[in-house]
Design a binder for this molecule. Structure first.
Ligand code: HEM
Ligand code: NAG
Length: 329
């Protein structure tokens, strides 16, 4: 009898400990070495394919980064943004906000094809997209970071859910609310916005700042005058110019650096949502910090990218490993 009492005093705390730890650790468990044994060629395959595409068209780096963001911010990182429409299915990919450089989707397909021949049904499309986004940052001159792996692909994609993506016309509070609803915070908003140090935006995404800001019939008073006249040349006030593009960072367009933050301080941010980071004292303080100290920016960007890559992930038995990133199995 004495023995049994002893035994249960000893074992019950352990059982409790494990019953709490196991499910939560399991559901969020990612690992840098997840494919080290099962697909050792993965890193090389990703690098080779992203490089190849980058030499063809350097913008692909920016598009991959944006694609990864749009995947994660809409119902979690699950490669839902990669699913093609079919006769009886319409997903996020064909929505206007996800019409991106076709080359970015082709890179993912090419990586997947190579990976399937090296290690079939092993590597998820969402992990491929996450790695490809990191590779794009590196090719553009950004700092390296380790990508935790082991996410699994979703089996659904909801076109209506793209409203979860922040729009450039929204006030800063709304954009922040969209981030916080995903477990990201104000610092993540400012650090991740630094992704706009590469890539381009179509004229319609900032046109109202040039000609008719908030119905005033005047340009946005917070937009620098010389930038205003340059942008009016790229984006004349007619519908046919709406899909012309301007660089998000005109100082160092293809370079992943902290110039984006300098632009904001000089009132030359391209999107209203970029420039809005200067309107709140907390975000403006971070902007100034990242402008003056690139190392802080790189450090916080990496931290926030890893955080973003954990949003709403599927692991363990959930989801699947797609054979073709465009279709569920
Ligand atoms: C903070 C809220 C954000 C807003 C309102 C926003 C909005 C936009 C808009 C309007 C464009 C241009 C789209 C077009 O021309 O159709 C764009 C491009 C881009 N965005 Fe964002 N974005 C945000 C955050 C982010 C984040 C967090 C990332 C990545 C971590 C990101 C990465 C990019 C990149 C790299 C491009 C250029 C893509 C290319 O050239 O193909 N953005 N964004
Ligand atoms: C900002 O969010 C509020 C509250 O959700 C909403 O009513 C408003 O329409 C949003 N503004 C924009 C421009 O999307």
């Amino acid at each position: 009898m004495g023995h049994r009492v002893h035994f249960s005093y000893f074992i019950i705390p352990f059982l409790c400990l494990f019953s709490f730890l196991v499910p939560s650790a399991y559901s969020q468990f990612l690992d840098y070495k997840f494919y080290d044994r099962s697909c050792p060629d993965l890193p090389v395959i990703v690098v080779r394919n992203v490089w190849e595409a980058y030499w063809k068209e350097s913008r692909v780096a920016a598009t991959l980064l944006r694609l990864h963001f749009h995947d994660c911010i809409v119902n979690g990182c699950d490669a839902s943004v990669l699913l093609d429409d079919t006769e009886d299915f319409k997903g996020e990919k064909s929505t206007p906000v996800n019409r991106m450089l076709p080359l970015a989707f082709e890179v993912i397909d090419n990586i997947k094809e190579d990976v399937e021949s090296a290690c079939p049904s092993t590597v998820s499309c969402v992990d491929i997209l996450t790695l490809a986004a990191r590779e794009g940052v590196i090719l553009s001159g950004g700092r390296y970071w380790n990508v935790p792996l082991g996410r699994r692909d979703g089996t659904t994609s909801d076109p209506k859910a793209v409203v979860q993506i922040p729009a450039p016309f929204e006030p800063l509070e709304n954009i922040t609310a969209k981030f916080t609803s995903k477990g990201l915070d104000l610092k993540d908003v400012v650090a991740l916005s630094g992704a706009h140090t590469i890539g381009f935006a179509q004229c319609f995404t900032f046109k109202s700042r040039l000609f008719n800001f908030q119905g005033t019939g005047q340009p946005d008073p917070t937009l620098d005058a010389s930038v205003l006249s340059d942008l009016r040349k790229t984006c004349p006030n007619k519908d046919s110019a709406d899909t012309n593009i301007a660089p998000l960072d005109s100082v160092s367009t293809n370079r992943f650096d902290n110039a984006y933050y300098g632009n904001l301080v000089r009132n030359t941010g391209l999107l209203k949502s970029d420039q809005a980071l200067m309107t709140d004292p907390d975000t403006a303080a971070l902007v100034n910090r990242y402008r003056t100290n690139p190392r802080y920016f790189f450090r916080d960007f990496v931290t926030s990218m890893v955080k973003l890559s954990y949003v709403g992930i599927l692991t363990g038995e959930k989801g699947q490993i797609r054979k073709d990133c465009r279709f569920v199995n």
